[in-house]
Design a protein. Structure first.
Lengths: 281, 457, 318
């Protein structure tokens, strides 16, 4: 009895805290979606908790605006984010595995080096990056937004920690005895074991790339290659910001819906990954 | 201060019928054999495109998303639109200009637009990115004789060579709410109200009257800026110098704004322009009596934000003549379509019939002295939004009196940053000297070549 | 003999596996970094559309920056980061413990997990824009507060230093606490169940268990969270930039280092931006060195221990 009461109280507090936090998280989405359904004139009258009836109008205004090709932007963002998430998780796992499972001369140096560059803010190299991209003829293309994610020190670090806790070297050795080639071992044995970590990092990386503004804003010049954040930012400077807030809200809504869908689809994976993380050496 | 100068007309459907049969068509002939197939036009909104569609006789059609306009001879106009705010437009334009020499013919910039705030940067004689009009075969003295003189000066370099031309000029007025005028003064007659707003001293007395009834005279301290800022006697940076000289006129704006805000004549919750609070100040729930706007401001900013009946607003003379904005059309050095460019510039800025049509359909105050005098007395130019008042009657005399302030390539940054830096001072967040120091810091970040800031005694 | 040749071939695989990472890094980060550093010694900017420089001026850019308000912006960045990070890590720890505690019966656990992660998905720029409209003096939040009678006059949230900073902190908190919770949960669930069972048998209280088992066990992930958050904090840009319209108002108290950098990049002052980048690079290096030392002090380099362990095993096997 003594034990039960505080536990019960703790439960109640936990629920209250969770409900407050959830409310804070959802409140903004709620306002966003409500405002996306209201016309500018409605919005001028002040805030209302009920949706308006301009949803279709706002959506049409977006779809027909060639100056802000939002749907094209979503496609671009999807291409960049999916490719980045894929190559970033794959190559980070590869690098982590390479440093974890093999013994070679520069191993220590390499590891320390990656840990050192982990802290380097992207913005620091932005200027030189832009000049380099221009010289390589990749200015105004999506490639420079994708390829550099091969080297993602933070993802590497996560993968490395995960390998340490989840991949017994004996497993690799067993595979070798079975005559499995190194690449095959990696792709067919290591990757499945790392699946949970890959799922978690894939979504983080997807979201990170999807929301990245700084680099694309430097690299992308033409309208048909713009990603969603650039469009949102240019939108903020657009003249109709002054007289069509409904359209603005709708555009933000359209910009975040795909990512929410992807998230809801993958969220099970993440939670599964979390539970799988319990497997220890 | 983010300054967007004419808002684009999203909802305006340009009737296909209006595209045909009007005005003098320029040379669409022989030389076009050497002309490129694509005319690239850099601009920041749909305003220019809509006007070209409205009056340029060579226009065949525009694609549904508004990015390509096809001319009758098969040439395509590609519209490269980037927003003005945060310097995005200029950044993209500058990139393109730097690559102009090496760009393939179809990617060369042919025409670009600039605003009064930074026109000087592009008409610079040394930079030579905007072609002198005479090189195109346009004689400013003959072909552009009917334009307002100050617009020609504005688009000229230090040697007096004109490197751009505009279809509009932007004399400003005072736009007020009729219901508030009736409530406070007992009348909404523009002549009577003009008496109450004729100069700053009178306006201050009027502001007290308005305040007594719970109204604000203007929304924000930024609203009055153009009246001072566009009447400065010396340019922010003198040609060839690297020091910023703050004009005494700016100092009086700072002093007056502080006084007005402290006195409660301005709405202290509206901080600057072009934000949601400012937009709401134009709505029916607002207690703001008046705004200071040129023609474009009334049509593209005030109108969409007004949620009441039309006819609720009226215009009258401002306490001081001023000019606000203006988009200049430049032929870009290196264009492969000089004939088309010349033709478009002439059709857009030198043809009185075309300009009057723009005034009628798009409510711009256009760049034709004789045309605007006609419009001033022609009641078919009356505005429904202004309750049947003909705004041109009020605009025309202001335009005659505009003396354009001396420009420099640093204007945009100075105008933006002085407003930002002193915004904190108005709200008592920093003291006067700190605000000055903040302006100096910010301006040096923006323009690395600025060596000092000189404040008037 | 056979064994030896085999181990050499394995080493080769190690090089092959880490090659893509390093090639990509050298091309896309190191070359640009060197370029950036090089220009930091030059006077190189654009005036209007004319390019000035590059003229070699030695350390002048660095000296100029030291005289500017750079340190103040560094302080701003630190404060803004702390305002967001402290609640973020505390709440995340609390939630992670609750979610993984089998004795707690949390209903709709899945729902809460999904919801708290949601704000992380919305892009920072859009989120900041949303906050800007919502917390403006005539915005919905003030309207709600006034209609509920909580305040008589509209609160000028963004007019005060504390207000603006709190809003930025709140946004960072909302965007990241869900993410951190999930990371920490992963770590806590990675702790062997045996340890918890043993502690239960020993009569450990919840608090004891938290401080003596959970915290030490999840230290690597805590370090990871801290490091990524420090980097993120140092790079803080979108949120304050958009909320304050790039001005860092009031009185530049919300101006972060990257906003400062952005101002120089915007005016095409490559030399000054380069010098500032170098400072940032050094600062981030120092910061992370400390974090590193602080969190993994008994094993300053995880790889060393791992390598040693493995080398020992190898040797034993041979």
């Amino acid at each position: 009895m003594k034990q039960q009461k505080p536990a019960h109280l703790r439960n109640v507090i936990a629920h209250i805290v969770l409900i407050i936090l959830s409310f804070m998280c959802l409140f903004f989405f709620y306002i966003l979606i409500i405002n996306a359904t209201r016309s500018h004139a409605d919005l001028q009258k002040g805030f209302s908790a009920l949706p308006g009836n301009a949803f279709i109008t706002n959506l049409k205004n977006i779809a027909n605006d060639g100056t802000f090709p939002m749907f094209r932007g979503i496609v671009n963002s999807l291409i960049v984010s999916v490719s980045s998430a894929a190559i970033c998780t794959y190559f980070s796992s590869l690098t982590a595995y390479g440093l974890y499972a093999y013994d070679f001369k520069v191993k220590k140096v390499a590891f320390t080096f990656i840990m050192a560059i982990l802290v380097m803010p992207t913005q620091v190299t932005a200027m030189g990056f832009l000049r380099l991209i221009t010289k390589m003829g990749m200015y105004d293309s999506l490639l420079p937004l994708i390829i550099p994610s091969i080297a993602s020190p933070a993802v590497f670090y996560f993968m490395y920690s995960y390998l340490q806790s989840s991949l017994p070297i004996s497993l690799v050795e067993a595979a070798r005895i079975d005559g499995s080639g190194e690449f095959r071992t990696f792709n067919q044995i290591v990757i499945p074991i790392m699946k949970p970590a890959i799922a978690v990092q894939a979504i983080f990386s997807f979201v990170g790339t999807w929301n990245n503004y700084f680099v694309p804003a430097l690299v992308i010049q033409s309208k048909d290659k713009m990603t969603v954040p650039i469009l949102i930012a240019t939108l903020r400077g657009a003249d109709f910001m002054n007289f069509d807030m409904g359209k603005i809200y709708m555009m933000i809504t359209v910009a975040i819906v795909p990512i929410i869908i992807v998230y809801l689809l993958l969220s099970k994976y993440i939670i599964a990954g979390v539970t799988l993380g319990g497997v220890k050496e | 201060m983010k300054r967007k100068w004419i808002a684009m007309l999203l909802t305006a459907a340009v009737a296909a019928g209006t595209l045909t049969g009007c005005g003098s068509s320029g040379a669409d002939s022989g030389t076009s054999g050497e002309e490129g197939k694509v005319i690239n036009i850099y601009t920041w909104n749909n305003e220019f495109r809509e006007r070209v569609e409205l009056i340029y006789p060579e226009v065949e059609k525009t694609s549904e998303d508004g990015t390509v306009t096809t001319l009758k001879d098969g040439t395509e106009i590609h519209w490269i639109v980037n927003p003005n705010q945060d310097g995005v437009y200029q950044q993209k334009l500058d990139e393109a200009l730097l690559k102009q020499a090496d760009a393939p013919a179809d990617e060369k910039v042919d025409i670009f637009l600039s605003e009064t705030d930074y026109v000087n940067k592009y008409t610079d004689a040394d930079a030579d990115v905007a072609m002198p009009l005479t090189d195109l075969g346009i004689d400013p003295d003959a072909d552009l004789a009917d334009q307002y003189e100050f617009t020609k000066t504005t688009a000229s370099d230090v040697n007096g060579v004109q490197r751009g031309s505009t279809w509009q000029c932007c004399p400003g007025l005072l736009v007020y709410r009729r219901d508030i005028a009736k409530d406070v003064f007992g009348t909404d007659d523009p002549e009577a109200v003009a008496e109450k707003t004729k100069d700053w001293d009178t306006l201050k007395v009027t502001a007290e009257e308005l305040k007594a009834k719970g109204y604000y005279t203007f929304a924000s301290y930024a609203d009055t800026f153009r009246l001072y800022g566009n009447n400065i006697a010396q340019s922010w940076v003198a040609p060839g110098e690297t020091s910023i000289k703050v004009d005494p006129m700016i100092m009086s704006w700072i002093a007056d704004s502080k006084e007005w805000l402290d006195a409660g004549y301005l709405n202290e919750t509206v901080k600057g322009q072009w934000n949601d609070d400012w937009n709401k100040a134009m709505g029916s729930q607002s207690k703001v009596f008046a705004f200071l706007f040129p023609a474009w401001g009334i049509d593209f900013t005030l109108k969409p934000n007004w949620d009441g009946e039309s006819g609720a607003w009226a215009v009258t003379t401002p306490p001081q003549e001023y000019n606000w904005g203006g988009s200049y059309i430049h032929a870009c050095t290196g264009t492969d379509n000089p004939e088309h460019v010349k033709d478009i510039i002439l059709a857009m800025t030198a043809d009185k019939d075309n300009l009057l049509k723009i005034s009628k359909e798009k409510a711009d105050f256009t760049n034709t002295k004789s045309g605007m005098q006609e419009a001033a007395s022609d009641n078919s130019f009356a505005s429904e939004f202004l309750g049947g008042q003909n705004p041109f009657t009020y605009f025309a005399p202001v335009a005659e009196n505009i003396k354009i302030a001396p420009l420099s390539a640093y204007d945009q940054g100075c105008v933006e940053l002085i407003q930002n830096s002193f915004s904190d001072y108005y709200q008592d967040k920093v003291d006067y000297d700190k605000a000055k120091a903040n302006f100096e810091t910010a301006i040096r970040e923006r323009y690395p070549d600025v060596t000092e800031v000189v404040w008037p005694q | 003999m056979k064994k030896k040749s085999k181990s050499i071939s394995y080493a080769k695989w190690g090089y092959i596996f880490i090659l893509p990472f390093f090639v990509s890094f050298f091309i896309f980060s190191l070359i640009p970094l060197i370029d950036t550093i090089r220009y930091s010694f030059f006077e190189y900017y654009r005036s209007g559309i004319k390019e000035i420089g590059p003229n070699f001026i030695g350390m002048a850019n660095y000296a100029e920056l030291l005289k500017s308000d750079m340190l103040k912006y560094g302080g701003n960045t630190l404060i803004l980061w702390l305002i967001g990070f402290i609640p973020q890590i505390l709440v995340a720890l609390l939630l992670a413990v609750w979610f993984t505690d089998i004795r707690m019966k949390i209903h709709a656990k899945q729902f809460f997990k999904v919801v708290i992660y949601l704000p992380n998905l919305i892009m920072a720029s859009a989120f900041a824009m949303l906050f800007f409209t919502m917390f403006s003096t005539n915005g919905p939040v003030n309207e709600i507060l006034m209609s509920m009678g909580l305040t008589e006059k509209a609160i000028d949230f963004m007019g005060t230093v504390g207000g603006t900073r709190s809003l930025i902190g709140l946004m960072n908190f909302l965007m990241w606490f869900g993410n951190t919770t999930i990371m920490l949960m992963a770590a806590i669930m990675g702790i062997s169940v045996d340890i918890f069972e043993a502690s239960d048998l020993d009569g450990c209280t919840g608090l004891q268990r938290f401080f003596y088992i959970t915290l030490p066990q999840i230290r690597p992930i805590l370090a990871y969270t801290l490091i990524t958050s420090v980097i993120g904090g140092l790079q803080m840009f979108d949120v304050p930039q958009i909320l304050t319209n790039g001005q860092g108002n009031p009185d530049r108290t919300s101006m972060t280092l990257i906003m400062f950098l952005n101002n120089h990049l915007k005016s095409r002052n490559y030399g000054m931006a380069g010098a500032l980048s170098v400072y940032l690079f050094i600062v981030s290096g120092i910061l992370c060195f400390f974090v590193y030392k602080m969190t993994i002090d008994d094993d300053p380099d995880g790889s060393k221990a791992a390598a040693k362990k493995k080398a020992k095993e190898e040797r034993r096997r041979r």
